[in-house]
Ligand binder design. Sequence first.
Ligand SMILES: Cc1cc2nc3c(=O)[nH]c(=O)nc-3n(C[C@H](O)[C@H](O)[C@H](O)COP(=O)(O)OP(=O)(O)OC[C@H]3O[C@@H](n4cnc5c(N)ncnc54)[C@H](O)[C@@H]3O)c2cc1C
Length: 382
Amino acid sequence: MAEPDFYLSDEQRELQRTLREFVAKEITPIAARCDAQESFPKEVFPMLGALGYLGLRFPEDVGGSGGTNLDYAVFCEELATGSAGIALGLYVHMALACAALERFGSASLRRDWLPPALRGERIGGWAFAEAGAGSDAGSIATRAVADGDTYVIDGAKLFITNGPIADFLIVVASTAPERRLKGLSLFLVERDRPGFRIARSLSKLGVRASEMAEIVFEDCRVPTGNRIGREHSGFLDALHTLTLGRIGSAAFAVGLARAALEATLGHARARAQFGQPIGSFQAVRFGIADMALRIEASRLLCHRAAIAADRGLPHGREASMAKLYATEACTRIVERALHYHGASGFMSESPVSRFYRDCKVFELGEGSSELQREMIARDLGI
Ligand SMILES: Cc1cc2nc3c(=O)[nH]c(=O)nc-3n(C[C@H](O)[C@H](O)[C@H](O)COP(=O)(O)OP(=O)(O)OC[C@H]3O[C@@H](n4cnc5c(N)ncnc54)[C@H](O)[C@@H]3O)c2cc1C
């Protein structure tokens, strides 16, 4: 049988092969420990930076390695087979913080921050969500008030991945509350700014190798030059960043589901009951076939969205469909993986129990499934 992604170029196959080796050597062996300790292995940032992977999709003038959205999807899938938690921490840095900075930041912000960030020497985070604003960005209450050649930021951001370890955050704040979505702006806020405070670290059900915090801004003064993009255009800029980000979320779901399938194939061959491997029972075989089918459908949707973006074609609906389908399929696939592992999969020591805790978040973040369905329906004209 042909490889399911036989259409990838020779360079993309090589990228896939080297990443597979990297993940097997550097990520998979530490995944369980990082999950148990709820700590992100910060050394992974400079390792991936030195190999040029953090710079994927970024232009060379800011220290990037170039490459396409399809390359990036290949990267995300491989990474998530090793650890969805580590993948999430890297994703927030690359696909949200650095991507927004690269696309909308001023020349001086790009020059000062992107090269060290793409080498993995500075870690970024994305501060959008608040206690009162999750799916509804129009409810963002963090204020940024212009004062001379500065803005003064006040408010609190919740569920911020990389919050405890980030050197800088891209903060979504309201510069014109009465305009709601049309009054949002983006700011780069350095961790050492007076008025920037980590209120608390948060412990999670899954993706525990990524670290999370609540961040408070109290009278936090940043120069006007720290604004990213035009004043009040923050929602559209964030939306653009998140749309491309959805391709990454879909690819993570494919990678995590693939890890679950591979574990299940091994278990179905090795585990015998009633005198035969459980993989010889038709009910199990059909279930495993469905897992493989859903993974390939997810990957095709994900790669289609990436290719559309690479060709400069509209890709909002494609990215939403990929994210929606792949993340829901992943949850189903991982649930089946645990089911076919029986009690052994339910044990904390089993990677499958970690996959089970990890998978759900991809349906929630980056716009929940309901929001993706809403966007798809709107794009269909209803
Ligand atoms: C592990 C993890 C990491 C995260 N990292 C970050 C981060 O780095 N930065 C950041 O800013 N945020 C982060 N978040 C927060 C994430 O962005 C939010 O979880 C997401 O925006 C959804 O918001 P919410 O959780 O408040 O859910 P809510 O918006 O309160 O939604 C709750 C439920 O209501 C449904 N719902 C809401 N609105 C509608 C609607 N109009 N129609 C139908 N159903 C609707 C949702 O689908 C969901 O099922 C993270 C969250 C998690 C769990």
